[in-house]
Design a protein around this ligand. Structure first.
Ligand SMILES: Cc1ncc(COP(=O)(O)O)c(C=O)c1O
Length: 289
């Protein structure tokens, strides 16, 4: 069976991959993670994922994780051994294994896990053409949403509620109506004059790798862009909404709660940006739909 997991130095089938019960990630969500899109065995935006992982490790004071270069070598070996082409590489670094106690343990080494799973990016093309539905839900997460930790219960519950309501994603809003992001995506709107708007970087949102890539592509293509908060009311009135994420990678939102967004069909800005994004994916990885 091909190896689809790596745990602390060993490559093995996912079903046999194990961490100790007292892994701090399991007991305290004392861990950071990344999900990297692999196209034909090549990672998209690898440096940006490494940068975010490194930032999270520093914020959590987790020391001793392998270097970016070492992570890259492990990832490449895992991918080769998994015999996958397109898929998602999951990387998780926890503080380590120690007797359960809230305080940082002395002298532990981080636990490093990677998994390789197939993912069909082509299925996104149909969703891109049809658009997806989102539902607005209160943002009930903690106050450091900029850190990609495995403490994901707020997102998990919201995603479950969104699915129960037949939607693809939740659109999180604060008590004052400000839209922050999705449960696992960044949210964007297009104003009537064509400006792209997305929440600015702060502790309230994850600095999405795809958000960053789309910002760059949009600016290069001369879109007007504003990184500023927007409200649910503004979202309801917007001619276009869309979301971005590693797995999305860019999907028009054509329904918000009980109402169509704009014409109810994917709009020109999201469609153009999605085309630019697929071209960027092809440029980086050689992959075409
Ligand atoms: C809360 C949240 N926001 C945004 C994103 C999108 O980030 P990225 O583009 O790096 O996948 C994710 C991805 O999982 C997420 O969990």
């Amino acid at each position: 069976m091909p190896a689809t997991a790596y745990v602390n130095g060993r490559y093995l089938p996912l079903a046999g991959a194990r961490l100790p019960v007292e892994d701090r990630g399991t007991q305290f969500a004392d861990a950071v993670y990344e999900v990297v899109a692999m196209f034909g065995g090549r990672p998209l935006d690898w440096e940006a994922h490494c940068w975010r992982l490194r930032r999270g490790l520093a914020a959590l004071f987790i020391e001793g994780a392998p270097s970016d270069a070492a992570l890259g070598r492990i990832a490449q070996t895992l991918w080769r051994r998994s015999r996958l082409a397109d898929g998602l590489l999951y990387i998780q670094v926890s503080r380590g294994t120690a007797r359960r106690d809230h305080g940082f343990p002395e002298g532990v080494r981080p636990n490093l896990v990677m998994t390789a799973r197939p993912f069909d990016f082509r299925k996104r093309l149909a969703q891109q053409q049809g658009g997806v539905a989102v539902v607005s839900l209160p943002d009930q997460r903690w106050k450091r949403c900029d850190l990609k930790t495995t403490g994901l219960l707020g997102a998990v519950l919201a995603k479950a509620e969104a699915r129960r309501l037949g939607a693809f994603e939740a659109m999180f809003h604060l008590e004052d109506g400000t839209v922050t992001e999705g449960a696992s995506t960044n949210m964007w709107l297009v104003t009537p004059s064509g400006t792209l708007v997305t929440h600015p970087l702060s502790a309230k949102i994850l600095p999405g790798v795809m958000r960053d890539t789309v910002l760059r592509l949009a600016r290069e293509a001369q879109f007007a862009v504003a990184e500023r908060p927007f409200t649910l009311d503004e979202a309801r009135a917007a001619p276009e909404l869309f979301l971005t994420s590693t797995t999305g990678p860019l999907l028009p939102v054509t329904r918000l709660d009980d109402a169509p967004v704009g014409t109810g069909k994917p709009g020109p800005a999201a469609t153009r940006l999605a085309t630019l994004l697929w071209a960027e994916i092809a440029r980086q990885t050689g992959w075409t739909p």
